[in-house]
Write a protein that binds this ligand. Structure first.
Ligand code: PLP
Length: 424
């Protein structure tokens, strides 16, 4: 990614050397490139040039208000999965007409809020949700525009924890019951079924599962129309993979050509819900080496960042490139180290036996490709405050979330009366 690279011997995000950011906000910190996010969005947009396609950024990948506002300004909509995300989308300026609401367990309160807000579409995932939403909409006196999310029973060939389109996954209504579900939706007073939605998983690196799933959806649309249900739109979800290491994810242009091929003749408008594709490679986790420790059988590099800050390696055994901020010499010797955090779990490991150039205490390193499912998945485990987030644009950088203070961290708790004062 051109926006993140070495310049004059220092790793930079656009025009800003990362040591400057470390001096200003401390470490660890998340750093995002506005230029990289914009470039990814424009590529996606350009691939569907001339088609009626709405790009609904999946907020859950990175829901910082500044990131959402940046994408909203470029014309993106939003895919939200909770009331909190819907509020974020609205607060960042995403027009309700470009917001879709996904998720297998929306509460009545969330459905009410979404319906009152007048969003583009609610993606319903079960028969029970159809009944609840119809009731809510009828009470509020206006029909709810819905898609039904279908489970196409396709293997996304990705990590089991982020595969969502197999029959055994909790998501969507299986194809065999989809027509009946649409018929029920059409019969309910509060609903206006207008679209079919599908999302088969995340970090897909092959185009074939998409083709298979979308083909099944198009076939369903034909049958639904024969049933008298006017499907106007297809929501094809997100899931396009990015390169963390040696993956060769589909090029967006090839993905777009496949979509065009499969959906030609349906006359449907399209919606997409990319998350990782737009922000994953646009961000990094900036961290400092605390200690280099010689274990009995291996060398450990202990960082000031931990699994609570970036969960992906612990959760998915995910690979993240690790780059020293001071550029190593081209011929620098590399030796295998385990890169770990300070948390009291062996799972708090960013890399095992990774060949890295010599690192010493105080060195800055960047954990790359951390723009998606990084900060959003972080916690305060071990009572470690949430990290600051920094957005770089050209030569400027702005703190778009300050580091959580200890007052804020402790201030969430309450000690009940009976525990206050002196003990026995
Ligand atoms: C997570 C999710 C997305 C985004 O997935 P990416 O792999 O980040 O593109 C889109 N739609 C739905 C319904 C999701 O759950």
């Amino acid at each position: 990614m051109a926006e993140i690279g070495y310049r004059s011997g220092t790793l930079c995000v656009e025009g800003v050397p990362l040591d400057r950011i470390a001096d200003a906000v401390g470490t660890p910190a998340y750093v995002y490139s506005a230029g990289a996010i914009e470039a990814a969005y424009r590529r996606f947009r350009a691939a569907f040039e001339g088609q009626d396609a709405t790009i609904c950024y999946a907020l859950k990948a990175n829901s910082n208000l500044a990131v959402i506002a940046l994408l909203a300004r470029l014309g993106a909509g939003a895919d939200v999965v909770s009331k909190g995300e819907l509020r974020r989308a609205l607060a960042a300026g995403v027009p309700p007409s470009r917001i879709v609401f996904s998720g297998v367990g929306k509460t009545r309160a969330e459905l009410e809020f979404a319906h009152e807000t007048g969003i583009r579409q609610i993606n319903v995932e079960s028969l029970n949700e159809l009944e609840v939403l119809s009731e809510v909409a009828t009470r509020l006196g206006r029909k709810a525009r819905i898609a039904i999310r279908v489970n196409p029973d396709v293997d996304a060939l990705t990590h089991a924890k982020i595969s969502t389109g197999k029959a055994e996954n909790k998501f969507g209504i299986d194809l065999a019951h989809a027509r009946a579900a649409f018929a029920r939706a059409a019969a309910l007073p509060g609903l206006e079924p207008q679209a079919v939605a599908v999302h088969i998983g995340s970090q897909l690196t092959s185009i074939e599962p998409f083709r298979l799933a979308f083909g099944r959806i198009v076939h369903l649309v034909e049958r639904l129309r024969a049933d008298g249900i006017a499907i106007k739109s297809l929501d094809l979800g997100g899931g396009l993979g990015i390169r963390y290491r040696a993956e060769a994810p589909p090029e967006i242009e090839d993905y777009a050509a496949m979509v065009k091929d499969v959906t030609a003749g349906t006359g449907c408008s399209l919606a997409f819900e990319p998350g990782r594709f737009l922000v994953g490679n646009a961000g990094l986790l900036l961290t400092r080496v605390l200690y280099v420790k010689e274990g009995a059988t291996r060398r450990f590099v202990v960082l000031d960042a931990a699994m609570n800050d970036l969960l992906r390696p612990a959760l998915y055994e995910a690979f993240h490139e690790i780059a020293p901020v001071r550029q190593p010499a081209a011929d620098a010797e590399r030796s295998p180290v385990d890169v770990v955090g300070p948390v009291c779990e062996t799972g708090d490991t960013f890399a095992t036996q990774r060949p890295l150039p010599m690192l010493i205490e105080g060195d800055l390193v960047a954990i790359l490709s951390a723009g998606a499912y990084g900060a959003v998945m972080s916690s305060t485990y071990n009572s470690r405050p949430l990290l600051p987030e920094v957005l770089v644009s050209g030569d400027r950088f702005d703190v778009v979330r300050p580091r959580q203070s200890y007052e804020q961290l402790l201030g969430l708790d309450r000690i009940p009366d009976w525990l206050q004062g002196k003990g026995a």
